[in-house]
Design a protein around this ligand. Structure first.
Ligand code: AHR
Length: 506
């Protein structure tokens, strides 16, 4: 089939907030211990951080990293993770049925962030704790005054405040699995009280209130409305979380996941703006899509994460170690396209997660670290994306989705900056190749010069289930689009079925 599209700077969506390329590190499984932190590893530095992992995280290009959870934060006592390491308590982590040693806490994680070049985004525990503990943590982290908490911070080696701007008011409080789960009214009141107190301490913080843990939750929609009715004046963002997987062997339906994400975002925006209207307010609540990924959560055909857990309370057990294949990476690339298409309202997003746990980076204790298939669309989109997102209208072949009706095979977005433009595009069809003809003449005109292809990358594998593993860590990667050309203001190239590509025009 042939696809006609255009990149025209007049179709600007918004300036891109770099926080859209964020990540998420939770104390879960082998994420921290045996993942980023393994003192006995040959590449470990004096603080125990693996240099090979640091290098891969830098290459991935993550802007802001959400920490320390996830479900973990709803039972976390942040004080356990500061002070002399040998005096820190071992605790049961009820969320993941593990033992938390607390060898890594706030200071260690902040040091690791300096190595990887990312900013910290913190979550407070509104599961088993409340407003007082949240403002204690904020004072410890951000206060520039002489107090008991800041004295402790200084004694623990940090004289300057950490200066953390983004704060999540708990995690997935709508989920019955969450420690301290509440209904929307109770959570909304607690979040509002806590947000007000946090702003009294530090008016510069940006606050994220919990939205639904998925658009399939029974309370989805009414949760957002009620929570925002309580917190509208107190918060800047509402969170969205969404995970996708192939179910019942239906790859075509899985490839429509971007449509689901797009509708989810549009629904939350509509609810937030409806609350604004009832409050006669021009304020716009932004979206922090602070958990998104492919995750084989359901074991109903191809799921991996309903495995029996290790008995007892293990330290750093192997949990949620999904192995991603080429098809997963194409869906994942489309989710990034979708986030960019909504960059007018999605001002922050966190890929869940980073290392070993549903992650683009895997490690073996004492052994290598490698890139999963999903690493490539993330690192390329983060590196090539410019300052502004441009909508790319597309006419292509279509397929019929059970949930979404007629869906376009091709989905694309472009970004613009002073030096050129980048195109991110996916072919969602499992059967049809697409011959792309993209009119870039308006782009050339806007830039005042003719365009050439500076670089191009195609992610596709004839075996859609091919993956990178410990035994074969470079099985799947990206290759240049060998047929890409620009002639008479038209960019052409072919996309095979189930493929993702990025093209840089300079
Ligand atoms: O990312 C894994 C888990 O998924 C997080 O801990 C939780 O917030 C979500 O349900």
């Amino acid at each position: 089939t042939s696809t006609n599209a255009a990149i025209d700077p007049r179709f600007e969506i918004a300036r891109i907030d770099r926080r859209i390329f964020g990540g998420f590190v939770e104390h879960l499984g082998r994420h921290i211990y045996d993942g980023i932190h393994e003192p006995s590893h040959p590449t470990a530095d004096a603080d125990g951080f693996r240099a090979d992992v640091v290098e891969l995280v830098r290459e991935l290009g993550v802007s802001t990293i959400r920490y320390p959870g996830g479900n973990f934060v709803s039972g976390y006592r942040w004080e356990d993770g500061v002070g002399p390491v040998e005096q820190r308590p071992r605790r049961l982590d009820l969320a993941w049925h593990s033992t938390e040693t607390n060898e890594v806490g706030l200071h260690e994680f902040a040091r690791w962030l300096e190595l990887v070049g990312s900013d910290l985004m913190l979550a407070v525990n509104l599961g088993t704790r409340g407003t007082q503990e949240a403002i204690d943590l904020l004072e410890y982290v951000n206060a520039d005054a002489d107090t008991a908490w800041t004295r402790q911070r200084i004694a623990n080696g940090r004289s300057e405040p950490f200066g953390v701007r983004m704060w999540c008011l708990g995690n997935e409080m709508d989920g019955p699995w969450q420690l301290g789960h509440r209904n929307a009214d109770d959570y909304g009141k607690l979040a509002s009280r806590t947000a007000k107190a946090m702003r009294m301490l530090d008016p510069g913080v940006e606050l994220v209130v919990c939205g639904s843990s998925g658009s399939g939750m029974p309370t989805f929609g009414s949760w957002e409305r009620t929570v925002l009715e309580h917190t509208f004046d107190d918060v800047d963002f509402i969170s969205c979380h969404s995970y996708y997987q192939e179910r019942f062997g239906d790859a075509q339906e899985f490839l429509a996941s971007g449509v689901d994400m797009s509708r989810f975002i549009a629904s939350v925006v509509a609810i937030a703006d409806a609350v604004a209207a009832t409050k006669k307010s021009d304020k716009r609540i932004m979206i922090s899509f602070d958990e998104w990924n492919v995750w084989y959560l359901h074991n109903d055909e191809g799921g991996q994460d309903d495995k029996p857990v290790e008995p007892g309370w293990p330290v750093a057990p192997r949990l949620l170690e999904d192995q991603y294949h080429a098809l997963d990476a194409v869906v994942f690339g489309d989710l990034l396209v979708t986030l960019l298409q909504h960059s007018d309202r999605v001002r922050s997003a966190s890929l869940a997660q980073l290392v070993n746990v549903i992650a683009p980076i895997m490690t073996e204790p004492g052994g290598p670290a490698w890139r999963q298939t999903t690493f490539f669309p993330f690192s390329l989109t983060s590196r090539l994306a410019g300052d502004r997102a441009i909508s790319v209208p597309v006419e292509s072949g279509t397929f019929e989705s059970e949930r979404f009706g007629t869906v376009a095979n091709v989905n694309a977005v472009a970004t613009l900056d002073d030096d050129g433009a980048s195109l991110f595009v996916v072919n969602r069809s499992t059967t049809a190749g697409e011959e792309l003809r993209i009119d870039v003449s308006a782009l050339a005109e806007a830039l005042g010069r003719s365009l050439s292809i500076a670089e191009s990358h195609l992610l596709h594998d004839d075996d859609r289930y091919a993956a990178n593993t410990l035994a074969d860590p470079e099985r799947v990667g990206v290759a240049p689009l060998t047929d890409a050309a620009i002639d008479g203001g038209i960019l052409t190239f072919a996309l095979p079925p189930i493929s993702w590509a990025a093209v840089r025009l300079g």
